[in-house]
Design a protein around this ligand. Sequence first.
Ligand SMILES: Nc1ncnc2c1ncn2[C@@H]1O[C@H](COP(=O)(O)OP(=O)(O)O)[C@@H](O)[C@H]1O
Ligand SMILES: [Mg+2]
Length: 327
Amino acid sequence: MFVTGEAGVGKTSLLRRFCAEQHDAPRLVWGACDPLFTPRPLGPLVDVAEATGGELLHVVDEGAKPQAVAAALIRELAVRGPTVLVLEDLQWADEATLDVIALLGRKIETVPALAVLTYRDDELDRRHPLRIVLGGFARARALRRVDLTPLSRDALARLAEPRGIDADELYRRTGGNPFFATEVLAAGDAEVPATVREAVLARAASLSPQAEALLEAVAVAPPHVPLWLLEALTEDDLDGDRLPKKLQPHRRKLFGLTIDPVRLQQIRTERKPGSRYATLEQCKKEVALAEEMFRIERLPALSTTHTSIEEIASKVLAQFGIQKHMF
Ligand SMILES: Nc1ncnc2c1ncn2[C@@H]1O[C@H](COP(=O)(O)OP(=O)(O)O)[C@@H](O)[C@H]1O
Ligand SMILES: [Mg+2]
């Protein structure tokens, strides 16, 4: 069985509950991969072997080849009573572990065991070696897949109610991700807690520069940004001092916002201390390019450094002659 879903969606929680509810007492063995730069060889299988002991522990301790480890694992599963074997977070598996799992996949139907493999499907690119391994399981007749999705608005409402927190706001902030939601609820105030900030930044740290630029554009745009706008915001020609091509047809609706580079540096330092992105030099360069573009393209513009969001809104409305309706 595969259990998939983004980080924090509840894979581990679901499996803990599932294992706790097994009353006819199969043997439960659990192994997990860790997010290491140099994954420990056979990492999750070391956990499993420590639980089973016997021949499997012996071959793993010896650092045997994947074939020998897989054979020992299959024998271990064959001779003992029914087993639930959970292997978690395979997006971080080392190559030896992946080979063992591939070999197990071919024999899983011959042993009295349920193998539950979890991974973050949104973190596997097309060439991730785990994909090949999973492909091997696809032939197993008994294969099941559980793709976990974030919590619904109703589920969030049930979590938020005892704390008197607005469920719609919680949904807007967390998208229903249970990890984000429970951390925000535990913090008990409107601020995004440090735990969530750390978790998000840790994931952003491994992105390519292009993916990071896209993430930054999405982060400042409202939910459901139209694709053409994202393309315009992330195209390389944003580096130039002319308006990106995709924005040109909309130029009569554009309004430039700029900021004092020192203030921008403060904001970026809070977000990503010590990064190139947060250096004063980088901030000055980007602000100068943007201001040059506003000037050349004759866009109306405004500095946001000492301006409240209400003042910005009313100046933009006045510029375009839009009527303000008060409800
Ligand atoms: N169904 C749920 N209802 C409420 N909270 C949940 C639920 N599933 C997970 N959580 C919370 O979210 C956190 C992250 O879940 P976890 O199972 O560790 O996610 P994953 O293993 O997918 O990364 C858990 O600590 C738990 O508090
Ligand atoms: Mg987990």
